[in-house]
Write a protein that binds this ligand. Structure first.
Ligand SMILES: [Fe+2]
Ligand SMILES: [Fe+2]
Length: 195
């Protein structure tokens, strides 16, 4: 994770460890949505070869993550179920400037990946004793999501007319707002909510 994100709170990490089942269910949905979002971008920007190739590969990887999270759930005697969304991605997408839609959509995706990465790093060390198999899984996912974050930032540069400095400035602005969204109070336990 290289973006300047506001750190997740210790309270969130503790709540996550106390309810790993809910965390895993929400996490599975996050992986499914990450794949769906990549496919949506391909549908919208299918005339851009890098978006088609890179995001198709990313979508497949996210679906493998999805299957692996579901397998962890099932190993723990649980299964996928519906869970109301905390509205995190929707709140971020509300920040998209319509006149810079592609740039902002790619940067919002980069931030979602960055937040996942930041939380997986925290979970990997926090879960080491209580759930070592999950800790190892989170450490592995942190690396994958860091790669996705970099890819989205890179695409925001190569697929728009903005240089690296302009992209960094917009990213910093969106990252500050992301910090407010993820720290909104009184949220149920979710991968991307509750501080
Ligand atoms: Fe993923
Ligand atoms: Fe990802």
């Amino acid at each position: 994770m290289s973006l300047p994100l506001r750190p997740s709170s210790d309270a969130w990490v503790a709540a996550a460890l106390d309810d790993l089942e809910t965390l895993l269910v929400d996490h599975a949905h996050c992986e499914r949505k990450a794949a769906a979002t990549a496919l949506k971008l391909i549908a919208r920007y299918g005339d851009r070869p890098r978006i088609v190739h890179e995001l198709s590969r990313l979508a497949r990887e996210e679906l493998v993550h999805f299957e692996r999270v579901v397998a962890h759930l099932e190993k723990r005697g649980s299964q996928l179920r519906a869970l109301p969304s905390a509205g995190y991605a929707a709140a971020l997408l509300d920040l998209v400037d319509p006149s810079e839609r592609l740039r902002d959509e790619l940067l919002v995706c980069a931030l979602i990946e960055a937040r996942s990465c930041e939380r997986f790093v925290r979970l990997a060390s926090a879960a080491a004793e209580r759930a070592p198999e999950l800790a190892a899984f989170y450490a592995e996912l942190a690396q994958a999501e860091a790669r996705h974050e970099s890819l989205y930032v890179e695409l925001a540069q190569t697929e728009t007319a903005h240089d690296a400095r302009a992209i960094s400035a917009r990213l910093a602005e969106l990252a500050r707002l992301e910090g407010e969204i993820v720290h909104r109070p009184a949220q149920p336990l979710r991968m991307h909510a509750g501080g």
